[in-house]
Design a protein around this ligand. Structure first.
Ligand SMILES: Nc1ncnc2c1ncn2[C@@H]1O[C@H](COP(=O)(O)OP(=O)(O)OP(=O)(O)O)[C@@H](O)[C@H]1O
Length: 703
């Protein structure tokens, strides 16, 4: 990094931090001895976590945090600087785009990459497309111009063929014909070159569209509240996520064809008007008639596609379910039943697809008959009523013009049939774009949390029209306290954790961190300080290290977290150690080991608060005691949801929940002493229904 690079880096940091309350304060002097470290230090002082600084001889780039990527990594403020120029800074929470000052941009040169711009909630699929094409107006104009020129050159065909064939009929000399042939050849070559140029434009536009529609769609998906996904099948989500690329593949090459065909239709029509207004009127009438006949077919195709899509989603969801539950299917010997169900649904889905294909093919085939029909009508007119006005030259001109006009009209109709199929898919994309993001406005920085959490007069129900699941809850948990929540199935224990994490919003009351309402805080900053294992958390495909700490975790921290989770020794004994590949649904690790990897993941960032939902249910008693002792030594706040009552006897306080209400709370000793209380009843019931190996400890509870 030389002086100039250093000055650029600092200038960009300065521009990035303008208005953030942490402006960069360094003079633009000569580069220090270690400019890279100096830039990182400047960024650190300014509240920016520099993820990577990459510098090359002719280009350089500063990334603030990981970029949105296909693995679903969180979106952090991202600025891509390439060949030194920074387009804009994007605030990931508000979506606000901050332009970098013109002076900085001018100094920094040319930009070759574009940042991912979050789409504001409510933007439709059309809006996304318009946004994506916003900076490409010049490109679009060139595409249209190229299409117009290609169409203009194609006028040569009817004009030249009229003159040539007319002249041949009249017995004209060779010199005239060869001159015309040369001119025609030149026009054809030019038209072909322009066609190639237009296709190249489209390739570029498609590249831009790919980047500026797919990535913002993924970005929007990742920002949606968790409940958006709970009511939708995997098929629907997968299809929505892939819709943009499916759409792009379906429409590939279509823009060039449509632009060219539109201009050809218009220009050939003008030519016909000049040559023979009557035949021009005939052509217009034929196209009008074709349109009238095809419109109802387009409607049918659109309706069938709308009906077919949910079936397609259902099939993907069912296939996922079958493949992920293959062991359960074997255990219950349900292969035949599952196969019948799968093949029945598959038949239905295939039938829908066939109906869509037919509905798409029919207008396309009918439209392809149009040029021949038009030509036949022309021939009939030429030998019949129009023979007087159609001189040989006129006839050949009109004949070629008819061919081009109706050929292009066919292209337009076939294109429309494709677009009609794509639109319903785009409506599904619209549902993602229109859905409110998790939190629209940026909340206040919670700072380093002390660990006090609580619910103040919280009411909540998953359905706004039904009775509240949690009618009116008050619960305060002090920093460092270990509180266990127990209660019958469906009493709302997991829902408490979802409320604490901001996945659900209370209809009344406050969820509180350090006495502050979560609704006013920066959700991401709060979550970063919580170690969480939810009931259905599962491992990600990858290594143990990646599962615990992501791609760039400090190995020492990973080891520490594994030690706390009681797994370090076991992992050390595996041949691949931390690099052992694990994944949900595979048998490389046991359920208990998977639970401890998840626990290590929750612990690796040294959280102030631990929220655990059935996080140790598969551990044996000895391992469980080790883990509980390790967690106790951390002195962090713990809110633990557990079914196995033996796992909560070390808690500072046990809260018994029933139908969303606290029906009993106190120290384990107090609750055990109350032999008529809800905790005792719960323990007895559990002993009857679930006589597990550690029943002796239940006995201790139930006695
Ligand atoms: N996303 C959701 N949408 C609608 N209802 C839900 C949702 N999640 C949970 N519920 C319902 O809310 C109630 C409480 O669920 P919750 O998972 O909080 O109970 P729980 O006490 O943790 O149960 P368990 O001990 O069986 O895990 C249940 O009746 C459940 O069906």
């Amino acid at each position: 990094m030389d002086d100039r690079d250093y000055r650029r880096a600092v200038a960009v940091l300065r521009a990035l931090t303008t208005g953030t309350g942490h402006p960069v304060r360094v003079p633009l002097g000569p580069a220090p001895a270690d400019p890279r470290a100096a830039v990182a230090a400047v960024a650190g002082r300014s509240g920016i976590r520099l993820h990577r600084i990459t510098l090359g001889p002719a280009w350089w780039r500063v990334n603030l945090g990981p970029l949105l990527c296909w693995t679903g990594a969180p979106v952090r403020p991202a600025v891509l600087l390439f060949r030194g120029r920074c387009y804009r800074r994007v605030d990931p929470d508000t979506g606000a785009v901050q332009r970098i000052s013109a002076a900085v941009a001018a100094e920094l040169g040319d930009c070759a990459e574009r940042p991912v711009l979050p789409v504001p909630a409510g933007t439709g699929a059309g809006g996304l497309l318009r946004r994506a094409l916003h900076g490409s107006r010049a490109e679009l104009v060139r595409l249209v111009l190229a299409g117009a020129l290609v169409a203009a050159f194609s006028l040569a065909t009817p004009l030249v063929s009229g003159v040539v064939f007319g002249a041949l009929v009249d017995g004209a000399g060779v010199s005239l014909l060869s001159g015309l042939t040369l001119a025609y050849g030149a026009a054809s070559v030019l038209a072909s070159l322009l066609g190639v140029a237009a296709n190249l434009r489209v390739l570029r536009l498609e590249g831009i569209l790919r980047y500026d529609t797919e990535l913002p769609l993924w970005d929007a998906l990742l920002r949606l509240p968790a409940r958006f996904f709970t009511h939708r099948g995997a098929g629907e989500i997968t299809d929505i996520a892939l819709s943009m690329s499916v759409t792009r593949d379906n429409l590939a090459g279509l823009p060039v064809q449509l632009v060219g065909a539109t201009f050809t239709v218009l220009l050939e029509f003008v030519l016909l008007l000049v040559v023979s207004p009557v035949l021009a009127a005939l052509a217009a009438a034929l196209i009008g008639l074709a349109l009238l006949a095809l419109l109802p077919l387009f409607r049918v195709a659109a309706r069938r596609q709308r009906e077919a899509l949910p079936r397609e989603f259902g099939m993907i969801t069912l296939t996922n379910q079958v493949l992920s539950g293959i062991e359960r299917i074997h255990l219950s010997a349900a292969q035949r039943r599952v196969f019948d169900r799968w093949s029945g649904r598959n038949r239905e889905a295939q039938r829908s697809v066939r109906r869509v294909r037919w509905a798409h093919a029919l207008p396309t085939v009918l439209a392809s008959m149009l040029p021949m029909a038009a030509q036949l009508i022309l021939y009939a007119l030429a030998v019949g009523p129009a023979s007087a006005i159609l001189t040989p030259q006129r006839f050949f001109t009109v004949n070629a013009a008819f061919g081009l006009l109706f050929g292009s009209a066919t292209v337009l109709f076939a294109g429309a049939a494709t677009v009609v199929l794509v639109l319903p898919r785009m409506n599904w994309v619209g549902t993602v774009l229109a859905a409110p993001r998790e939190r629209q406005e940026a909340g206040a920085d919670p700072g380093a949390l002390r660990g006090a959490i609580g619910f103040r007069q919280v009411s909540f129900g998953y359905r706004s029209d039904g009775p509240a699941l949690i009618p009116d809850l008050d619960l305060e948990i002090a920093p460092g306290e270990f509180v266990a929540v127990v209660g019958p199935s469906g009493s709302g224990k997991s829902t408490l954790l979802r409320l604490l994490l901001g996945f659900e919003t209370p209809s009344a009351g406050q969820v509180r961190y350090d006495g502050r309402d979560l609704a006013t805080l920066d959700l991401a900053a709060v979550r970063r300080q919580c170690g969480v294992v939810l009931q259905h958390s599962s491992l990600l495909p990858g290594t143990v290290r990646e599962n615990v700490a992501g791609g760039d975790g400090d190995p020492a921290e990973v080891q520490r977290a594994l030690r706390l989770a009681g797994l370090a020794d076991e992992v050390a004994g595996w041949p691949m150690g931390l690099e052992t590949i694990v994944a949900a649904g595979t048998s490389t690790v046991s359920v208990g080991q998977a639970q401890r990897i998840l626990l290590a993941r929750a612990l690796v960032r040294r959280p102030r608060i631990l929220l655990l939902d059935e996080a140790t249910s598969a551990l044996d008693n000895r391992t469980q005691q080790v883990v509980v002792a390790n967690l106790a030594a951390l002195r962090v706040t713990r809110l633990v949801v557990a079914h196995r009552l033996s796992t909560v006897l070390d808690a500072d306080r046990i809260v018994v929940l029933d139908e969303g209400r606290i029906v009993q709370q106190g120290t384990p000793a107090l609750l055990r002493a109350d032999t008529t209380g809800p905790f005792h009843r719960l323990a007895r019931r559990q002993l009857l229904t679930d006589p597990e190996p550690d029943a002796r400890r239940y006995d201790a509870v139930a006695d």
